[in-house]
Design a protein around this ligand. Structure first.
Ligand code: FAD
Length: 468
């Protein structure tokens, strides 16, 4: 039957995956309804993820660069931080983008329906909103319900001093002592922000390195820099208990030997991963299977087991990254519109926007070793990059991995300022099947950090002559 509203394509969730899919489907001539729980479009990424974190990281960078120029002949006073103004600016950046999305939706005649959507049948979603319940029927649907932060059972999450990334981005205060629980990308980005704003930061991580997905040698320069700035970085350590006391959050740590210690913090950021929202939309009613962990399985055209229903973004699996969601959103919308399209990207880059940034794409050395993949490498230390030294920084590394059979690039890892921008060149190189000579013989502008990619290829080729 028809719902209160009918659309050829209904998109559930307006994050980067969802709005991209909705816009693409509309551009391809479909009538589209976009369902979103929140009044603002953009999902996690725009509202409480990628964008606000990058705005605050920019502020952090300005502060730490100003501090560090003290060693090079320029001293500024101690930064005066007006946290309300900083928050307003960050919210303004978000507002500009989410407002822009609203305009883009309108221009395409994508109808947005605000409320929480659940499937009630193979072609029907019921949306519970402020103005009551409406039904939306569809020919095809794209699920883009995203993910949310993992909660831990032994942590008093309802205490206002315990926050997730969303709470940390709200920037309600600058705590004196802050514990970042989980040394992954999100935790370390927020640690970077609060450290620059003046908090004493401790990071605790279960694994034997921070950013466990990245190679150890690449993470090392970041580790070294933050170890000097933060109060503590605890590796191979788990938090076993948190007690909310009036005078602070009392945390029990357990190291690898099983030895316990306690410490007290003013704020705890819990950043131990994200869980997909697949289990919360009654997907079964539409014949869409959801795994125990809440993921929705899809084929390479983003189709779920129900062939008229697609799923994209965080809800379909790792890596939970906005650019992956966007790419999948385009694939799903094009397939829904009858185009021949499939997800066939060879690589998805990952970036930690810490200081220095850590970025990698394709095969990592750790993974290659684990899988027994044969590789050769070219490594260029930025201590020999004129541009890096001119930026007052020498700790970067650019590492390229090659297939030893044909010298094609199979992976790269970069640590250093702007590593996230630099990794895009290698992603293109991998997608195009470029080899070491292609990267080594391409004239890169001098002096730029992009030259480090060129130099790493030349290091592999053995053709590098002079540096800087
Ligand atoms: P989401 O962005 O999660 O959006 C899902 C939307 O669906 C939400 O708006 C939600 O309200 C809505 N929704 C869910 N269920 C329903 C329902 N039943 N009814 C109605 N609406 C519903 N990624 C990067 O690539 N780069 C970064 O720099 C980066 N930084 C990040 C920083 C932080 C602090 C966090 C938390 C994440 C970051 N990410 C980053 C990850 C990125 O935000 C996600 O990968 C991305 O947002 C996933 O997009 P999505 O479209 O799958 O879903």
């Amino acid at each position: 039957g028809k719902g209160d509203i009918h659309a050829e394509v209904v998109v559930l969730g307006s994050g980067p995956g969802g709005y991209t899919a909705a816009f693409r489907a509309a551009d391809l001539g479909k009538s589209v309804v976009l369902i979103e729980k929140y009044p603002s479009l953009g999902g996690v990424c725009l509202n409480v993820g990628c964008i606000p974190s990058k705005a605050l990281l920019h502020a952090a960078k300005v502060i730490s660069e100003a501090e560090e120029m003290g060693e090079n002949g320029i001293s500024f006073g101690k930064p005066q931080i007006d946290i309300d103004e900083l928050r307003d600016w960050k919210d303004g950046v978000v507002g500009q983008l989410t407002g822009g999305l609203k305009g883009l939706a309108k221009a395409r005649k994508v109808q947005t329906v605000q409320g929480y959507g659940r499937f009630t049948g193979p072609n029907m979603i019921e949306v519970e909103g402020d103005e009551g319940t409406r039904t939306v029927s569809f020919d095809q649907c794209i699920i883009a319900a995203g993910s949310e932060p993992v909660k831990l059972p032994f942590i008093p999450h309802d205490d206002p001093r315990v926050v997730d990334s969303t709470g940390a981005l709200e920037l309600t205060e600058i705590p004196e002592r802050m514990l970042v629980l989980g040394g992954g990308i999100i935790g370390l980005e927020m640690a970077t922000v609060y450290d620059a704003l003046g908090s004493k930061v401790t990071v605790v991580e279960l694994m034997d390195q921070i950013i466990p997905g990245a190679d150890k040698d690449i993470v090392k320069p970041l580790h070294k820099r933050i170890a000097a700035r933060y109060e503590k970085i605890l590796l191979k350590t788990k938090v076993t208990n948190v007690e909310a006391r009036e005078d602070g959050l009392k945390v029990t740590f357990e190291d690898e030997k099983g030895e316990q210690s306690t410490d007290s913090f003013d704020k705890i950021l819990v950043s131990v991963g994200r869980v997909p929202n697949g289990g919360k939309i009654d997907a079964g009613a539409a014949g869409v299977a959801v795994t125990d962990r809440g993921f929705i399985e899809v084929d390479n055209q983003q189709r779920t087991g129900a062939s008229h229903i697609f799923a994209i973004g965080d809800v379909v699996g790792q890596p939970m990254l906005a650019h992956k969601a966007v790419h999948e959103g385009k694939v799903a919308a094009e397939v829904a519109a009858g185009h021949k399209r499939a997800f066939d990207a060879m690589v998805i880059p990952s970036v930690a926007y810490t200081d220095p940034e850590v970025a990698w794409v394709g095969v990592t050395e750790t993974q290659a070793k684990k899988d027994g993949t044969k590789y050769a490498k070219g490594v260029f230390p930025w201590a020999a990059s004129g541009r890096s030294l001119s930026n007052g920084r020498s700790e970067g590394i650019t590492k390229l991995l090659f297939d030893p059979e044909d010298d094609r690039v199979i992976g790269a890892a970069i640590v250093g300022t702007n590593a996230g921008d630099l990794i895009a060149e290698v992603a293109l190189a991998i997608e195009m099947g470029a080899d070491a000579v292609d990267l080594g013989h391409t004239i890169h502008p001098h002096p730029t950090l992009s030259e480090t990619v060129n130099f790493a290829a030349e290091m592999f080729e053995g053709t590098i002559t002079d540096l800087m």
